[in-house]
Design a protein around this ligand. Structure first.
Ligand code: ZN
Length: 347
């Protein structure tokens, strides 16, 4: 390094000029998203309202008692409705208690058959035409935007458990349903500029009901400006869990989704949420975000705890709520909420 000899009289001027440049850079808005003090204050206030204990209560209700599973082909003895319909009723009650109106969209589906010759995590296999058909419901709740109601931010999670095996499906995906419910709760009193839509769909029966949701949105001409699928939040390999890591991965498929992934990283840092936040590009459309990408909505991502998915109990009977990292999931909810609020307040 070369030391320049600077006359003492000029030094303060140079330092002032350097400070000005630095100041100008700090004032320059992000090329993608703009924050200001009032938005920062709004986001900090709202994400403080995220409650991990409330999420845990909802998780256990959906994945232990009173509901051991959430599937169309299992009814608790002595009860009138199957466990997926019971889960629908539970979610609807929770949403309605927050002032939401719940809409249902029925889709004809079957349970998967089970193929014991396949690895445990992948034993789902195609049903036969003679197997029973059921109506599975997509549940919708929404906040109507005041300024740009036609622009819709969609947050979704599949709510059903595995139809081919007696798994509570706690990490996959009662935790995601509890996460979306928590976002609906926190946002219930928020006056949104754009429309914020919540969708609870089904992905462990066939066909996936998110496919119908996405195709119907396209047929209506809905302008979905951002789509966040919440699946397996807080899930990570045993060694990461033992090390106390709090992780989130935002996986995108197309450049429009990469923009949302960068937003997730930006808000995690800006609001000191504390996640080890990563972004990855999926090899192709997948999961419920993939249903929307295939229907023509490129701006879809999934928030998931690990990539590749690190749950040792994936699709087994041991996917129980006691093993969910609800604190981690609550942090992922905070980051997703911060991203949604940022999008909603953009000019
Ligand atoms: Zn699954």
């Amino acid at each position: 390094m070369t030391l320049l000899r600077v006359p003492a009289a000029i030094l303060p001027l140079l330092l002032a000029a350097a400070a000005q440049v630095d100041h100008a850079r700090k004032q320059e808005p992000s090329p993608e998203y703009v924050w200001n003090e009032s938005l920062d204050a709004l986001i900090r206030t709202r994400i403080r309202d995220v409650s991990a204990p409330r999420m845990a209560t909802h998780l256990f209700a959906l994945a232990k008692a009173p509901l051991p599973y959430r599937k169309l082909n299992f009814t608790v003895p002595g009860r009138a409705a199957n466990t997926l319909y019971e889960a629908d009723a539970f979610l609807s009650r929770e949403l309605e208690s927050r002032g939401y109106h719940v809409e249902k969209e029925g889709v004809r589906v079957q349970a998967f058959r089970r193929d014991l010759s396949k690895p445990k995590h992948a034993q789902y296999s195609r049903p036969m035409p003679e197997d029973p058909w059921y109506t599975a419901y997509n549940l919708y709740a929404a906040k109507q935007g005041s300024a740009r109601p036609a622009e819709i931010i969609l947050v979704l999670a599949h709510k059903d458990s595995q139809s081919w095996i007696d798994s509570p499906g706690a990490n996959d995906n009662a935790i995601g349903a509890a996460a979306v419910l928590e976002m609906a709760a926190v946002l219930s009193t928020y006056p949104s500029r754009r429309t914020i839509r919540f969708l609870f769909c089904n992905e462990e029966h066939t066909p996936w009901t998110s496919v119908t949701a996405a195709q119907n949105a396209k047929a209506r001409g809905d302008r979905l400006i951002a789509i966040f699928n919440i699946d397996g939040v807080g899930v990570k390999p045993a060694e990461d869990a033992a090390a106390g890591k709090k992780t989130n991965v935002t996986a995108y498929t197309l450049p429009e989704g990469e923009r949302l992934a960068r937003l997730m990283s930006a808000v995690n840092a800006r609001y000191a949420i504390g996640l080890e936040q990563r972004t990855v590009r999926r090899p192709g459309p997948g999961d419920d975000d993939g249903s929307f990408i295939k229907a023509g909505y490129p701006n879809a991502v999934v928030n998931i705890g690990s990539w590749p998915y690190g749950d040792p109990n994936y699709h087994t009977e041991e996917d129980i709520p006691e093993l969910c990292d609800v604190k981690n999931a609550a942090m992922a909810v905070q980051a997703t909420l911060a991203a949604i609020l940022t999008l909603d307040r953009q000019p």
